[in-house]
Design a protein around this ligand. Sequence first.
Ligand code: HEC
Length: 130
Amino acid sequence: MTLFALTLLKRACGRLKTSLFTRLSPILLTAGSLLVLPAYGADEAAQMKQGKSLFTSAAPPCAICHTLKDAGSEGAVGPVLDEIKPDSARVAKALLNGLGNMPSYKAILTEVQIAALARYVSRASGGEKN
Ligand code: HEC
């Protein structure tokens, strides 16, 4: 009789464990991704902020040659960035190699700064959505 009760109890426990796990795992997964997402968003926001500030502070500043509404610049030497809407790869390439009258920033900016500018200019001009 006791043995029978014990077996029943054991089975119930086993079932409880499985169902608890199946019930909890989506919650744990959601909690996990919620922890990761804000960190990713914060990184992106920091990169956008750095890019925007470099747009007017790099030497020479992009703003003296380019119009970009988001940065409040009205330079007219190079193309209007809101019109050509470059994606980030196109911005990075122009920054690394220079183009026509545009100087190369390879020796002026770090890789991290170039990545931040590429992200900022492509997002702010509408060349890339996210
Ligand atoms: C001295 C003026 C000058 C400065 C400073 C300058 N650019 Fe340019 N930029 C130009 C000119 C001129 C072109 C067009 C070159 C051509 O097509 O011959 C150009 C082209 C570009 C293009 C388009 C590239 C392509 O593939 O068509 C992008 C994007 C760009 N510049 C971004 C920037 C950013 C970001 C900065 C600041 C880090 C910057 N530029 C600084 C003059 C400048």
